[in-house]
Every structure is written in structure tokens, then in C-alpha cells.
Write a protein that binds this ligand. Structure first.
Ligand code: SF4
Ligand code: FES
Length: 267
């Protein structure tokens, strides 16, 4: 174990633990936008900057991907230098994505005036290039459907050649982790559409009501992972499953409800 100090608190931790993990374990709040506990750190948004001191030397580092290796380090999460550095990161994100709600909320909280910014592009961009979607697709789903493409102000997340990829399952994990709402998921004529990746996927239908349940490719992927035969003919949506369970319960000869509070004092 090593011992470090964070905002005046002495903390013991295992070598290699990130500053962010240690801070959160002792209730110290550090803002993040590109971090997810289930994914490898990437260090893109720079909102988690903190001040690190060792042997009289100070530096500003990203808490999410800085592993603590030695005892004697001191971390400060709320100094003027930290606030200034985080503000600058926020200004850069806002200059690219001025209409993103989470950035606007931080701007109000940190007193950053969006009117002072030089907006890049048409001001409609929603992707802050945090890479969460890329990482969840690669690290959790194991598919690598999307990755970063182009450079500089043109940089964005895309499928290969910006075309529909036959690897996309339609799991929508990318949209789930996206902090800005940049990934739009829709349904049209029973097909699942994921706009930025041009995915247009056939969905299996509920065998009772006919509503779309889930993309065919995703059901096949799950069956493979769970080593089960794909469902054929008996696929139910969650609503029909509930209705079927309720009908089965109603058909029981006697349903007894136990009054758990019957013998409670005062009743
Ligand atoms: S689409 Fe969303 S999750 Fe993906 S990089 Fe952009 S902001 Fe992050
Ligand atoms: S959370 Fe650390 S750089 Fe984004």
C-alpha cells in the first residue's frame, strides 16, 4: 500500500490506483465527462484536472488516467490553478459544442460566459470527442464498429468509410454512454436506425402483438454469448410477457396475499 494526501485527507491505496478512484473512494468530487468505470481511461475532456505536488514540484494532471505509484504525493482538487485549468478545458469543449446541455450547465456553474468564445464550425456539433462510444463498442461489446477519423477540427467518430457497418448489432450501448446526446437512435417501419453510424437494422417482432422487440443481430449475438439456441417463434416483448404472467397468475385457483404488517403494533 502507498499513502497519499488528497485535499488534506491522508489516504492509503494500492499502487496504480488512479487519482480519480482514490478521490471518489473518500468522497472528493472531481468532474468528469469522458470517464466510465467500466472502460479504460482516455483523458479526453480534461475536466478532471487536479494539482499534484511531489517534493515541492507542482503539476496539473488529469485525475482519471493518472496512476498513483508512490507514497508522499499530495493532490489538491480545488485550487485557483485547478479551477482556471478546468475552465479552459470547458471553454474549448464549448467552442466546439456550444449547444450541449451538460456543457452549458457547467458553464453556468463555473461562470464561463459562452459569449466570449470563438465558436468552431456551425455551432450545431454535439460530439465532444470523449471516445466513450468508441471504447464501449470495443471493450464491452467487442465489436469495434466505430473509431476516430480525420484530424484537427475535422476529427470525429465514424464507421469505416463512413458507411453502414455489418458489425453493428444495434445494441445502442454507444448512445447509452454518450454524455451529450450526440447519438440518435430511432425506429422506422420496425427497423432500428442509429443515425451517425448509418445503421438500419432489421428487428425481430413480438410473436404475440407484432411490435419490434430487438435487432435480429443482437439476439443472435446474445444467444451465442449465452450458448443458447436463438429464440424461434416464441419471442415476446416486455409488455406481452407481463400480460402473459398476469393472465397466468389470475388463472391460479387461489392467490393468497399475505398481510406482512398484520401483527404490527398500532394496527
Ligand atoms: S458520440 Fe458521444 S460518446 Fe461518442 S465521442 Fe461523441 S460525445 Fe463521446
Ligand atoms: S474525465 Fe479525465 S480527462 Fe475526461
Amino acid at each position: 500500500m502507498i499513502e497519499i494526501e488528497i485535499d488534506g485527507q491522508k489516504v492509503e491505496t494500492r499502487p496504480g490506483t488512479t487519482i480519480l478512484a482514490v478521490a471518489r473512494s473518500v468522497g472528493v468530487d472531481i468532474p468528469t465527462l469522458c470517464h466510465h468505470e467500466a472502460l479504460e481511461p482516455y483523458g479526453a475532456c480534461r475536466l478532471c484536472l487536479v494539482e499534484l505536488s511531489e517534493a515541492g514540484r507542482q503539476s496539473i494532471v488529469a485525475a482519471c488516467n493518472y496512476p498513483l505509484e508512490r507514497s508522499g504525493l499530495t493532490v489538491e482538487t480545488d485550487t485557483p490553478a485547478v479551477r482556471q485549468a478546468r475552465k479552459m478545458s470547458l471553454q474549448l469543449l464549448l467552442a466546439r459544442c456550444p449547444t450541449v446541455t451538460v456543457l452549458q450547465e457547467l458553464a453556468r456553474e463555473w461562470e464561463v460566459d459562452p459569449a466570449d468564445l470563438l465558436i468552431i464550425g456551425d455551432g450545431e456539433e454535439k460530439c465532444i470527442l470523449c471516445g466513450l462510444c468508441v471504447r464501449v463498442c470495443r471493450e464491452v461489446i467487442g465489436k469495434n464498429v466505430i473509431s476516430f477519423a480525420y484530424r484537427g477540427v475535422e476529427r470525429r467518430v465514424s464507421t469505416p468509410f463512413d458507411r453502414e457497418s455489418d458489425l453493428c448489432l444495434g445494441c445502442t450501448a454507444c448512445a447509452f454512454v454518450c454524455p451529450t446526446g450526440a447519438i440518435k437512435v430511432d425506429e422506422a417501419k420496425g427497423r432500428l436506425l442509429i443515425a451517425p453510424w448509418h445503421s438500419n437494422l432489421e428487428q425481430a417482432r413480438c410473436s404475440s402483438c407484432g411490435r419490434p422487440v430487438a435487432p435480429v443481430g443482437m439476439l443472435a449475438h446474445l444467444s451465442e454469448k449465452l450458448e443458447q439456441e436463438p429464440e424461434t417463434g416464441t419471442l415476446l416483448c416486455s409488455r406481452c410477457r407481463r400480460l402473459q404472467a398476469a393472465a397466468a397468475a389470475a388463472a391460479l385457483p387461489e392467490v393468497r396475499f399475505v398481510d406482512r404488517y398484520r401483527d404490527y403494533p398500532g394496527r
